[in-house]
Design a protein around this ligand. Structure first.
Ligand code: TYM
Length: 343
């Protein structure tokens, strides 16, 4: 956008989602869930379970339903208040799919060809990946633009998808001569743990698809499992440095310090001020204690909620109605702008 382009004048809205595929881990908690909670009072907040995105790779139907509830439970257990934040399953608001199709016709193949997550997820056999996996970032753009969201809290791995969303919004606004229709949403990639790394390999992202369960802390792990995983986490032989700059070439140490900082709501510098010069023999038990005390209440509340699926379903149903009340008029306007017949 040029400086003299008219600015979007709509209200602030915060939106994000988590895929319903596989167990949630500490990366999701620190990079996303905890950030949503920190923002929910700043503006109306919409958080959904991305089940449409999940089926871009095969999901067992019964497991998908259970995982949808589990992610909703994690939202609530992390501190999102269903009365203030709108929590819903993506597929329950059909406007997501409708807008995604229209935006599929706005996005360019060349833009999607650059998406690194598709390359990572499709692996060596691109021709065997679902078409949905390829157009996945366009559905993500639809999720965001449907609510005219202005801020999208995510981990660092979603940055490219947010840039694509901005490109799609700008092209739609230009192509149809509606310069301020969609906002250009800002990614909010903040905090000390926007990219939590594997506990086994400081150069790989902590991920639900890593075959080693030792690489990640799951939100369903109990205290013993959390402590054991941290005890066995890969490190180097040096003590922690005296300054945060000293972490630059030490990916495993940097990761554990970032996790400590995010869990204790401190900066990396504050953590280094406390632990600089100490070995991992002292730091790891402190980190394990902190992780257990921070995650135990979340895990316990998730378990309680999962034992009461009816309560989760009430939240999701109410959320879907509130989400549709915002989304449906937007998709109606889009249809009018595009020129679809409207009787
Ligand atoms: P997903 O389900 O892979 O991840 C959910 C959120 O967790 C963050 N995250 C991490 N943050 C820090 N360190 C990590 N190791 C780590 N791993 C994951 C992700 O950045 C994300 O914020 N496409 C999205 C879901 C989505 C979405 C959206 C997000 C669908 N539509 C609209 C925002 C807006 C995804 O697959 O995230």
């Amino acid at each position: 956008m040029t400086d003299d382009a008219p600015a979007y004048a709509g209200p602030r809205r915060i939106l994000s989602g988590i895929q319903a595929s596989g167990a949630l881990h500490l990366g999701n908690y620190l990079g996303a869930l905890k950030r949503f909670v920190a923002l929910q009072d700043a503006a109306p907040t919409f958080v959904f379970v991305a089940d449409l995105h999940a089926i871009t790779v095969w999901q067992d139907p019964a497991v998908l339903t259970a995982q949808t509830r589990e992610i909703a439970a994690a939202y609530i257990a992390s501190g999102l208040d269903p009365a203030r934040s709108t929590i819903f399953p993506q597929s329950a608001v059909s406007a997501h799919s409708e807008l995604a199709w229209i935006l599929n016709c706005v996005a360019r193949l060349g833009w999607l060809d650059r998406m690194t997550q598709f390359k990572e997820k499709s692996g060596k056999h691109k021709e065997r990946a679902s078409v949905g996996l390829y157009t996945y970032p366009v559905l993500q753009a639809a999720d965001i633009l449907l609510y005219k969201a202005t801020e999208v809290p995510v981990g660092e791995d979603q940055k490219q998808h947010l840039e694509l969303t901005r490109d799609i919004a700008a092209k739609f606004n230009t192509d149809f001569g509606v310069p301020c229709f969609f906002p250009l949403p800002e990614p909010v990639i903040q905090g000390p743990a926007t990219r939590v790394m594997s506990l086994r390999d400081g150069s790989a992202k902590m991920s639900k698809s890593d075959p080693s369960d030792q690489s990640r802390i799951n939100l369903t792990d109990d205290a013993d499992a959390i402590a054991a995983k941290i005890r066995k986490a890969k490190t180097d032989p040096e003590p922690l440095p005296e300054t945060a700059d000293g972490l630059a070439d030490r990916p495993e140490a940097r990761n554990l310090v970032a996790i400590y900082a995010a869990l204790s709501d401190q900066t990396r510098e504050q953590v280094i001020a406390q632990f600089g010069g100490q070995g991992f023999g002292a730091f790891k038990p402190a980190l394990a204690d902190l992780a257990v005390s921070a995650l135990a209440p979340v895990t316990a509340e998730m378990r309680r909620l999962m034992d009461d699926p009816a309560e989760i379903d009430r939240v999701l149903k109410d959320g879907a109605e509130r989400a549709a009340a915002i989304a449906d008029p937007v998709v109606d306007e889009v249809k009018k702008i595009v020129g679809f017949w409207r009787g």
